[in-house]
Design a protein. Structure first.
Length: 335
């Protein structure tokens, strides 16, 4: 118990500080150093997770170490082998982020993690790679930028279709993370400020969902029915979060996508059309999360199930504060 406490109090601040420091540097070596510090902190934290299997942890460590080595050597040789070095840097970062077609390690790892670590892997662990990709895009290398756009188009089409075949909430959240990372990377070509705002809003919405999934130990889509039985208020907040992530108007996710499309007007129309169609397809797997429990409403009413009101806890206050923060942030962006 005490060991777990000290690991959290030591390595969680290190992870947060390394991400904040990465925002203030553009040096390739400094970014690599902060990325490794972040990785080591996350690995130590995962070691105390009771759901984690050591073989998956070792595979994760070896893969991340290889990608870090590839990134470091490529950045050191960037002056001599510009296009090739940039290509190796981009590939190493995409593997680190678990973007298709380099996602298999992320699939295996997520299925053996608790919801808290899934959130960290989907959010905090991707901040520094996003900063590195943004720096590479700003170099305006035509070959690299065109390659990135091709990968993003493939990712959007593949992830939106792939997620339709699964009932696991962990896989659906992984696909959601991949789809939104594609939007983030595409936004880097047009507006860096909006990238930061998009990232913050998406991470807050995801945090709300992860808190609820963790509280009720939800693993598959049918578990949302249990949430409805136990706590109507929490179920309603879960519906708001899912609808927001799906981009259904007038929720936060729709406003975010709408603002993104306003800035993407300078991009080719065909590219925007692919992203819009894939986002519409992704609405289907988001709606599946709440679809089954909505269909069961009348049956439960007839069967006279007794609803259990849970006591107010810190999770409620955290979710409420997150929604208030989202509202204030979006008002600031719109005004």
């Amino acid at each position: 118990m005490y060991l777990n406490y000290y690991i959290y109090t030591l390595f969680m601040p290190v992870m947060i500080i390394s991400n904040l420091l990465a925002l203030s540097t553009s040096n390739w070596f400094s970014l690599w150093l902060l990325m490794e510090l972040n990785l080591i902190s996350f690995i130590f934290m995962m070691m105390i997770d009771e759901h984690m299997k050591l073989n998956y942890l070792m595979i994760y460590f070896l893969l991340q170490s290889f990608c870090s080595m590839l990134y470091l050597f490529s950045s050191l040789n960037l002056f001599y082998f510009s296009d090739f070095s940039l290509l190796m840097m981009v590939l190493s970062i995409l593997v680190k982020m678990g973007m298709p077609p380099f996602f298999v390690w992320m699939y295996n790892l997520m299925m053996n993690l608790s919801w808290m670590f899934i959130y960290i892997l989907s959010s905090l662990q991707k901040i520094i790679p996003i900063i590195i990709l943004n720096s590479i895009i700003n170099m305006n290398n035509v070959f690299i930028n065109n390659l990135l756009i091709m990968i993003l188009v493939f990712t959007m089409i593949w992830a939106s279709m792939y997620a339709l075949n699964f009932n696991s909430l962990k896989i659906l959240m992984m696909m959601s993370s991949i789809l939104n990372m594609s939007w983030l990377i595409l936004l880097m070509f047009v507006n860096e400020i909006l990238v930061i705002n998009y990232k913050i809003i998406y991470f807050i919405i995801m945090m709300n969902l992860m808190i609820m999934f963790n509280m009720f130990n939800m693993k598959i889509i049918s578990d949302t029915y249990m949430l409805k039985m136990l706590d109507n208020k929490m179920y309603f907040m879960m519906m708001l979060s899912v609808l927001s992530m799906a981009g259904i108007p007038p929720f936060f996710g729709f406003i975010l996508k709408w603002m993104s499309l306003k800035h993407m007007i300078m991009l080719p129309f065909n590219l925007m059309l692919v992203f819009i169609i894939c986002s519409i397809i992704s609405v289907i797997f988001y709606m599946r999360i709440i679809y089954s429990s909505m269909l069961m409403y009348y049956n439960t009413k007839k069967m006279h199930y007794k609803f259990i009101n849970m006591k107010f806890n810190i999770s409620y206050s955290m979710i409420y504060s997150n929604w208030i923060a989202l509202t204030m942030l979006l008002l600031y962006l719109i005004i």
